[in-house]
Design a protein around this ligand. Structure first.
Ligand SMILES: NC(=O)c1ccc[n+]([C@@H]2O[C@H](COP(=O)([O-])OP(=O)(O)OC[C@H]3O[C@@H](n4cnc5c(N)ncnc54)[C@H](OP(=O)(O)O)[C@@H]3O)[C@@H](O)[C@H]2O)c1
Length: 286
């Protein structure tokens, strides 16, 4: 049995599906009762509902599992404390293997959520647990948040310059790699960067979207003030807004990409291209 935290989120669901495809039994940690059915439908055998910030919840969730796949909620101000609770729970339960879903380049202090993940990695090094750390790049799936605007208006909006170059990774590849490190021996003590094979400007991203969808798509910069106003209106908190603004500024200054060799090695094939991802998304949404 493997415990997946953050189970009902985008990443958690992908990891559960990948593990279930390998016939691994999964216990899911869901946040709210309303998420139980969702994770059961994709194959979680057991579900614990609760707040991963609480030691009692995590202790209960980790009881009797062979491994933990820990996914912290996105841009959480509590990531370091949550990591500590998860590591403590895994230690108390005598878990054999702890896999932490980190991020590409956690060393970048200018992005506070990356820096928090680095601190969790450091706790793991000192935990005495057998661990593996996965460091994914930004997901291709983030583009899907704008799917309607792309389809209806032919506009791909980004809160940075359209020349910004990103090396996005397919979340399904990341989930497949997660299942590999959780089910195959030899990954203890490893820190793996999981990056896509292409480094694309946002103009190139829009061009590929247009080619695959069969209508013109252009990348358009949304001013940061506009993005920030909309984010606050949608209910995003101060920490999340400020952190994401710092991330967008960083992306615009330096770009954000990694090297695909480790992911290729783990998958035994090249990572999914953006064109293939768009084609797959188009088919699944039709
Ligand atoms: N998106 C990317 O491109 C990317 C790239 C690399 C790494 N990552 C990392 O991947 C991780 C997961 O991101 P994601 O986009 O999959 O997150 P997500 O979709 O926001 O999912 C987070 C899940 O955690 C649950 N949750 C929130 N607070 C909780 C709490 N206190 N206790 C228990 N569960 C709680 C959420 O439930 P509710 O719906 O109830 O809040 C949700 O089901 C993040 O750490 C992120 O930094 C993301």
């Amino acid at each position: 049995m493997i415990l997946v935290t953050g189970a009902a989120g985008k990443t958690g669901r992908a990891v559960i599906q990948s593990l279930v495809a390998k016939r691994v039994t999964v216990r899911a940690l869901a946040h709210r009762p309303a998420q139980v059915r969702l994770v059961e439908e994709i194959g979680a055998r057991e579900v614990v509902v609760g707040d991963m910030r609480l030691q009692a919840t995590m202790d209960q969730a980790a009881q009797g599992v062979r491994a933990v796949y820990h996914i912290c909620p996105n841009v959480s101000p509590d990531e370091v404390a949550i990591g500590q609770v998860a590591i403590m729970a895994a230690r108390s339960a005598g878990v054999e293997h702890f896999v932490y879903h980190s991020v590409l380049r956690p060393q970048i202090e200018a992005m506070p959520h990356h820096w928090q993940k680095l601190r969790v990695e450091e706790q793991l090094f000192e935990s005495g647990l057998s661990y593996t750390i996965l460091q994914p790049a930004a997901y291709m799936q983030n583009v899907l948040a704008h799917w309607d605007q792309i389809m209806v208006q032919g506009v791909y909006p980004v809160p940075y310059a359209v020349e910004t170059r990103l090396g996005m990774v397919d979340l399904e590849d990341v989930a497949e790699a997660a299942a590999v490190v959780l089910t195959e021996p030899g990954h203890a003590g490893a820190v793996y960067e999981l990056a896509g094979a292409e480094v694309l400007s946002q103009v190139e991203v829009a061009t590929i979207l247009g080619q695959q969808l069969g209508h013109p798509v252009r990348a358009e910069t949304v001013p940061l003030e506009t993005w920030e106003r909309r984010a606050r209106e949608s209910g995003l908190g101060d920490y999340q807004v400020e952190t994401l603004v710092k991330m967008f500024r960083y992306y615009e200054c330096y770009g954000f990409w990694g090297n695909p060799h480790v992911l290729s090695w783990l998958l035994g094939r090249s990572p999914t291209t953006f064109a293939t991802f768009v084609e797959r998304s188009r088919c699944s949404r039709n």
